[in-house]
Design a protein around this ligand. Structure first.
Ligand code: ADP
Ligand code: MG
Length: 624
């Protein structure tokens, strides 16, 4: 390949480059962080190759990242002697965007967003950020296994839609990225500026970063190391300042926020490992993306970088945790598949899960304000653990926070422990109601009797709650009870004596209702739980949740019919009116149907046929 070959960027890449070039991105300096991070990854891969290669072909020489500034040519060169790239690698890596999440994200972004948020680096679009400051980028690279220096690759682009590739000569393996700065970006030609940026973003890279210095007088070129280059997790925690931990977090995750908390342990014994794990303050943009199976852990074996995004060491419901695991018990050439099966992985996963849960627990007890931030950001993810991790269920349940009838606030701050502490002397169960949203939970007719007796009820309205409550049946020996299901205990304890006279009066009405509604209901009763509403629907103890029955239906299975009991409130004006109508021998069918449908609406939040309901209401409205 002597001649230049021209290629067109993949359309998503074009779109991204367009955004990079045209957005007045306020945080331009991050291109240095991105290129250094790529160089560092390349060196990690090279180190790994040296160690795992038994043929001794690759010598473990000094590996470093170097920066050269050329004020005359207006260029910065960032080079590494890492793994390098083949021609195919170059086309794949510098011409396309591989990550499907990034593509999706891009589609929803405008240049205004890019300018305003600082997320560029998090999306695996790092290399292209060089076009924020460059009008041309040249990449020279030689793959470590390429024996002929003449077969190195030269990639070049102005970021406009095309790039070219040709062969070139390159002395050593690795990659050299040359940034041709736009005229108004000359600030990046100042050594102090580069120093400052490296200190800010890349000080904790465990690889030396050197800058070229020129001694004018003696006309000597030399290299000076500008970062500290220590692997922070290998140092005893007593020697690391909070500030260093925070900086390392930001370097590791590219998050602009500081972490919420972290744990750093060195464990010795049968299992030898170090973990430095962080809880972020903000969840990542794609944390709810089902396709995104990545999580933020990096695996090292004996201080050698092995791989990113290992999700084997923590359960899915802790996927927001970021950090590093360095173990001595795994082989260097471990693959993801073997990792999945490994005994060491299982032991570590168990231990790390416990550690993280303990840390969260500690925050919840000792740092209430911090815990608020945590719960708001990650509470709904943690709830998945109730179903996913039955062994730790009671610990996770202790971390849950709820809105409740008495707290009268949408903010979820009540713990189950506090709920139990404040229980009524006769109360033995934890009562809850699930609704579509907070307001409908708060105004649920089922709460009326609880209000009267001053018994608190948990108000659940997050999308995951119904599913979670299928798994959460008990906490500290107290059973959970949904208040729209029949509960014998409740009826017994708070027995509201129903006046015999009233019973007699409505007896006929109950029969009528049963006749009118037929199979729609199982039973009809006088209610003692209602004070403001005319009717309420309660279901049998064993009723399947809505989500469960949806799952059944999706699988083509029939769900058992729900056994509803309609309870009526004989003191309510509407019921009295209906009784009156009955006495005058007027038809009450329409009224009973409307009452039934409104009770169904309160019970499940939706109706199968809302138009029918509206029609019926309208009929009543025009009745004379
Ligand atoms: P990311 O680093 O998140 O994968 P980038 O856009 O920064 O995304 O880089 C894309 C890819 O290009 C990298 O994954 C890597 O394979 C390759 N690459 C970039 N810079 C280098 C380099 N200095 N040496 C070797 N490969 C590199
Ligand atoms: Mg990168």
């Amino acid at each position: 390949m002597q001649k230049k070959e021209k290629y067109s960027f993949q359309s998503e890449t074009k779109q991204l480059l367009h955004l990079m070039i045209h957005s007045l991105y306020s945080n331009k300096e991050i291109f240095i962080r991105e290129l250094i991070s790529n160089a560092s990854d390349a060196i990690d891969k090279m180190k790994f190759k040296c160690l795992s290669d038994t043929s001794n072909k690759f010598k473990n020489h000094d590996m470093r990242i170097r920066i050269q500034i050329d004020k005359k040519k207006n260029t910065i060169i960032i080079s590494d002697n890492g793994i390098g790239m083949t021609k195919d690698d170059v086309i794949q890596n510098l011409g396309t965007i591989a990550n499907s999440g990034t593509k999706k994200f891009l589609q929803s972004l405008s240049s205004q967003d890019i300018k305003n948020n600082q997320l560029i680096g998090q999306f695996g679009v790092g290399f292209y950020s060089s076009f924020i400051v460059a009008n041309k980028v040249t990449v020279k690279t030689r793959y470590a296994e390429e024996n002929n220096p003449k077969n190195s690759i030269l990639w070049e682009s102005e970021g406009k839609g095309e790039y070219s590739i040709q062969t070139t000569y390159k002395e050593e393996n690795g990659t050299e990225v040359e940034i041709h700065l736009k005229n108004d970006e000359k600030q990046f030609l100042e050594e102090w500026k580069i120093n400052e940026i490296i200190k800010k973003y890349s000080d904790h890279i465990s690889i030396a970063i050197e800058i070229q210095e020129y001694d004018e007088k003696n006309k000597i070129l030399s290299w000076k190391q500008i970062n500290t280059a220590k692997s922070i997790w290998t140092i005893p925690s007593t020697q690391i300042s909070d500030d260093e931990y925070k900086k390392f977090y930001q370097y590791l995750t590219k998050d602009i926020n500081e972490p919420l908390s972290w744990i750093h342990n060195k464990v010795e014994g049968t299992q030898e490992y170090t973990n430095l794990l962080y809880i972020p303050k903000k969840s990542q943009w794609n944390i709810w993306d089902q396709e995104n199976k990545k999580n933020g852990l990096k695996l090292y074996v004996k201080k050698i970088y092995i791989m990113d995004d290992v999700n084997q060491f923590l359960p899915n419901y802790l996927r927001f945790i970021k950090g590093i695991i360095d173990t001595n018990n795994l082989p260097l050439n471990i693959s993801r598949e073997i990792l999945q099966e490994s005994y060491v992985t299982k032991v570590l996963k168990k231990a790390l899960t416990k550690k993280i849960l303990k840390l969260i627990q500690k925050i919840s007890i000792q740092e209430k304000e911090k815990y608020k931030i945590f719960w708001k950001e990650f509470g709904n993810i943690l709830k998945e653990g109730i179903a996913e991790d039955l062994k730790n269920q009671s610990i996770i349940a202790g971390l849950l926070r709820f809105s409740s009838m008495k707290s009268n606030s949408q903010e979820q701050k009540l713990s189950l422990k506090d709920y139990i502490k404040n229980m009524h002397t006769k109360q033995n169960k934890i009562y809850f109601v699930i609704a579509e949203n907070y307001n409908s939970a708060k105004n649920s007719p089922y709460l009326e009797i609880f209000k009267k007796h001053e018994i608190d009820v948990l108000l659940l309205s997050n999308h995951i709650d119904e599913w979670m409550m299928n798994y959460l049946t008990e906490f500290e020996n107290k059973k959970f009870q949904s208040i729209n299901k029949i509960d014998d205990e409740f009826e017994k304890i708070f027995d509201e004596k129903i006046n015999q006279k009233i019973k007699q009066e409505v007896k006929d009405l109950l029969d009528d209702i049963k006749n009118i509604l037929k199979n729609k209901i199982h039973k009809v009763n006088i209610s003692h739980r209602l004070f403001e509403s005319p009717v309420v629907l309660v279901s049998d103890k064993n009723t399947m949740s809505k989500q469960m029955s949806k799952l059944f239906e999706a699988a083509g299975q029939k769900t058992p019919p729900v056994k509803y009991t309609l309870e009526i409130n004989p003191k309510h004006k509407i019921i009295k009116k209906i009784m009156n109508m009955k006495q005058k021998n007027q038809n009450i069918d329409l009224w009973i149907n409307i009452l039934f449908e409104q009770s169904l609406l309160a019970y499940q939040g939706t109706l199968e046929n809302p138009n029918e309901f509206i029609k019926n209401i309208n009929k009543i409205l025009i009745q004379k």
